[in-house]
Design a protein around this ligand. Structure first.
Ligand code: GRF
Length: 216
């Protein structure tokens, strides 16, 4: 059973989607710990409700960002965590954590990378006027949303869309592809070769599910 650690800063709807899939028996994994950098994160309520341990680590209590990430790393390692999930964790992960979990940290970004990295990916897409956007699950390296891509899913962008309407449409797919990527990892089916992630025994029906808006 894969041991997972989740880092979150806020609402935690992706965290919830992952909990639900694990509880439904669809991902052979256990969430060992939720770590938050914000004591008011709603993700904490979700952890409590599902009997998941959580830890608030205050970044201001550390002399440097590196020291903050060393603490997170140590807490994860102490619990035997094998995969780290960034579920709305609003910080750029630094070297001490990235080095300890090479190709074992996953993030979800609300745009089709490499377009619109960084904050407000949905607003960037609306402002730019693209016709298609979506979301990306990727492994985390030291850059901002630059690591190897695992799964992407696309949605249309309508001329009348606002940041809010597009965010809602994208979020529905985030809740599908993030648990899906974790399931593939837990099943040992992800192989990273440089920038590319190979998915072992991934057949077409599974791929097409991640594009439901376009199939309709
Ligand atoms: C999501 O839009 C995700 O793509 C981004 O932060 C947001 C987190 O939402 N990284 P939630 O906390 O999972 O509800």
């Amino acid at each position: 059973m894969l041991k997972i650690g989740v880092l979150a800063s806020g609402r935690g709807s992706n965290f919830q989607a992952i909990i639900d899939e694990i509880e439904a028996g669809k991902i052979p994994a256990k969430i060992e710990i939720l770590i938050v950098d914000n004591p008011n994160a709603y993700a904490i309520e979700r952890a409590k409700k599902h009997g998941i341990s959580y830890l608030y680590i205050n970044p201001r209590e550390f002399p440097s960002k590196e020291a903050f990430y060393e603490k997170i790393r140590d807490e994860l390692i102490a619990r035997g965590v094998e995969l780290v999930i960034l579920a709305g964790f609003m910080r750029i992960v630094k070297k001490p954590l990235v080095d300890a979990f090479q190709n074992r940290i996953m993030n979800i970004h609300p745009a089709l990378l490499p377009s619109f990295p960084g904050l407000h990916g949905q607003k960037q897409a609306v402002d730019y006027g693209v016709r298609i956007s979506g979301c990306t699950v990727h492994f985390v390296d030291e850059g901002v949303d630059t690591g190897p891509i695992i799964i992407q899913a696309a949605v249309p962008v309508h001329p009348e869309d606002t940041e809010e309407t597009l965010s809602e449409r994208i979020l529905r797919l985030e809740h599908k592809i993030f648990p899906e990527a974790i399931r593939l990892f837990a099943e040992g089916r992800l192989k990273v070769e440089g920038r590319k992630v190979k998915i072992l025994n991934y057949n077409l029906p599974e791929i097409s599910f991640s594009n439901p808006e376009i199939r309709q």
